[in-house]
Design a protein around this ligand. Sequence first.
Ligand SMILES: C[S@@+](CC[C@H](N)C(=O)[O-])C[C@H]1O[C@@H](n2cnc3c(N)ncnc32)[C@H](O)[C@@H]1O
Length: 219
Amino acid sequence: MDQDDPGEAMAELQERHLGGLGILEVAAGTGLFAYTFWAGFLMPGFRRVPLKLQVPYVPSSRQQVENVLSLLRDRSGKMVDLGSGDGRIVLAAYRQGLYPVVGYELNPWLLRLSRFYAWRAGCARKVSYQKEDLWKVNLADCKNITVFLAPSVLPLLETKLLAELPNEARVVSGRFPLPNWEPIATVGEGLDKVWAYDIGLIRQNMEMRETTFLQGTPV
Ligand SMILES: C[S@@+](CC[C@H](N)C(=O)[O-])C[C@H]1O[C@@H](n2cnc3c(N)ncnc32)[C@H](O)[C@@H]1O
């Protein structure tokens, strides 16, 4: 075979059977491609976040956004979306009258997109999108929190929210409920369903359960 002739080289490659090493090479190539796509496009900015806490981007549906906002109607005080994606919930919350509104997001592409949408809507100076790890921001001054995260991270999120939020805070979770809390309201069905939790009530319920448990414990 003429090594310099690409046509011949290709023909030889097509005739060759894929041996064990070939399969390994294809697998490694595919893996590398998948990783590059994951790290470069889906999860850039997540290098410092432990793998088990990495939640990929899936946007809320239009109905889901409406449901979230219906559970924040007539509320006031600071609102944050933890993992704000393309910023749709933050923008809608501002339009509903919440202020200040902040989205925390690590993916720089999504942050750019959020800022573009806010600019296009004439709200560039009204809403804020910050490149922050949601696990590291302090939520002590937040009265309204929205989340749409994977079920696997929600138990840890409950712990963080309980440790930091004031009693007046309300948490609205989209698509997946917080696993150990009793909601005060739910809206929607299926993928659009959302759950609301009032932190003061969650704490009260926990205290009551602890007291009942202690009273039932023989001394
Ligand atoms: C399921 S999407 C929800 C996006 C948006 N909240 C919505 O409802 O359309 C979850 C988002 O959280 C972001 N995210 C995941 N982990 C994060 C972290 N540790 N800090 C900041 N953002 C995070 C992801 O990049 C993704 O955009």
